[in-house]
Ligand binder design. Structure first.
Ligand code: ADP
Length: 163
């Protein structure tokens, strides 16, 4: 079986993420969407909230599973017996970081492969960071995120967690 890990922060999940997950699901037999537990990044949504959002939007994709992982991506991949990772590539600005990560992971484990999917044009400018900024400034993000995320963002805004 061809399996791949699709790691990220997903804080929050966007339609750009969903597009990459769907497309990866057509290439691989099984996709494990992996939410990185990163204490050094201050997040808007908890790991549990992000997992719930991902599970909800992936409900109709039969070969996708959602997990979270602490520490090194490489170790999570090993735990699941996976040697391929899928990452989305938007603009040139993504490239340098992704290139460095892919090279480092291969250096740490020569059997490790990173597969890049180019962003669909309609999502090439969508990022979690930008979504949070728009919400903070009172804008409407409902065309860029799944309904479950739009609702959760609205609730965070109303409760004052996004100022
Ligand atoms: P990270 O914090 O690891 O960059 P993100 O949650 O920002 O994680 O993204 C997870 C993956 O999804 C990354 O490979 C990222 O490049 C990709 N991605 C994010 N937004 C988009 C988008 N709009 N189109 C395509 N890929 C995307």
């Amino acid at each position: 079986m061809r399996m791949a890990l699709l790691p990220g922060s997903f804080d929050p999940v966007t339609n750009g993420h969903l597009d990459i997950i769907r497309r990866a699901g057509k290439i691989f037999d099984r996709i494990i969407v992996a939410v990185a537990i990163n204490d050094s990044k201050s997040a808007l949504f908890s790991i549990e909230e992000r997992k719930v959002h991902l599970e909800e939007i992936c409900r109709d994709i039969s070969n996708v599973e959602v997990i979270s992982f602490p520490g090194l991506l490489l170790h999570a991949a090993r735990d699941f017996g996976v040697t391929a990772v899928v990452r989305g590539l938007r603009a040139i600005s993504d490239f340098e970081y992704e290139f460095q990560m892919a090279m480092m992971n291969r250096e740490l484990d020569s059997s490790f492969e990173t597969v890049f999917l180019m962003s669909s044009p309609e999502y090439s400018f969508v990022s979690s960071r930008m979504i949070k900024q728009i919400v903070r400034l009172g804008g409407d993000v409902s065309t860029f995120v799944p309904p479950v995320v739009a609702k959760a963002l609205d609730e965070k805004k109303k409760s004052g967690e996004i100022e």
